[in-house]
Design a protein around this ligand. Sequence first.
Ligand code: AHM
Ligand code: MG
Length: 316
Amino acid sequence: MPATLNRIAKEGVNGSAMMPIIQGVGRAGIEISALLRGAVFRDALGVAGSENIQGEQQQKIDVLSDDIFLDEMRSTGYVCAVGSEEQEELLVIDEYADADWLVLVDPLDGSSNLDIDGPVGTIFSVVKRKTANSESPHVSDTLQSGREVVAAGYVLYGPSLMLVCSVGEGVHGYTFNPAVARFELSHPDMRIPTSGGYYSVNEANADKWLDGVGDKLESMKSTTGLGMRYVGSMVADMHRTLLKGGIFLYPADEKNRSGKLRLLYEAIPMGFLMEKAGGKAYMSAGVAVLDVEPNDLHQRVPVYLGSASATDSLLG
Ligand code: AHM
Ligand code: MG
């Protein structure tokens, strides 16, 4: 009998409490995967005609994935509110407004890759509310640093469907086995290799990067000899970095002076996983992503995620 996603209930310091939520993420992943595979037949590709809070065109699939994720979190009965990259405000789940947990999600990250049938993902993290259970959950409940996160992970919609997560101890990867319709443990205790791998960045922005990152990258390339890979889909780039080593970065640039990626929906969950897998996660030299105190639901930060050797070589 292979180890299945249910085993997460017994692993990690927060495993039992997180079981229904992680299972809900798994169900959302299965539904979103089915949606993606059938999208071209249902006229579900293309723009929805709306913009998200970041002023970006929403794809129809972004909106549908957001609905699916929210429904699955509601169905757990354990989630009082969801903060989503696709929603301006915190979404309170009225039926369970007294529940303990809040979930932050980027329901479909990298959705610009859908035009070319490229990999995309769902990124999530879980925090415990600070407000009393008798009160309505408040946006302040979401503004917790990565040190307060109790579980985080991602779903990767690639050639196979994978859920990679940590509930506080270790990072485990589960692959959906379509023959038996369940996630099975395929990548136990993922650890980022300490050397080798790739650097992963949109190097077309190099002449606009701030903080001298261009020179630092050139120096790192010559000292480490790392190869280069870039999908432009954070989940895919992070997954490769975890498995093969190296570094993924999205520095601040003249256009995105605070960086492009979102602290709560992208940087913190991936930083949490990277640290649990033995790697490093910085927003700048000496400042760990997980130490940043958020001040806005949709805040952006520069990110540098990778092995200790690669991040130290880049940031010093
Ligand atoms: P999104 O949340 O709107 O999909 O944007 C985030 C994505 C990440 O998946 C990826 O790392 C990054 O944007 C790529 O940006 P760029 O195309 O500027 O290289
Ligand atoms: Mg995103």
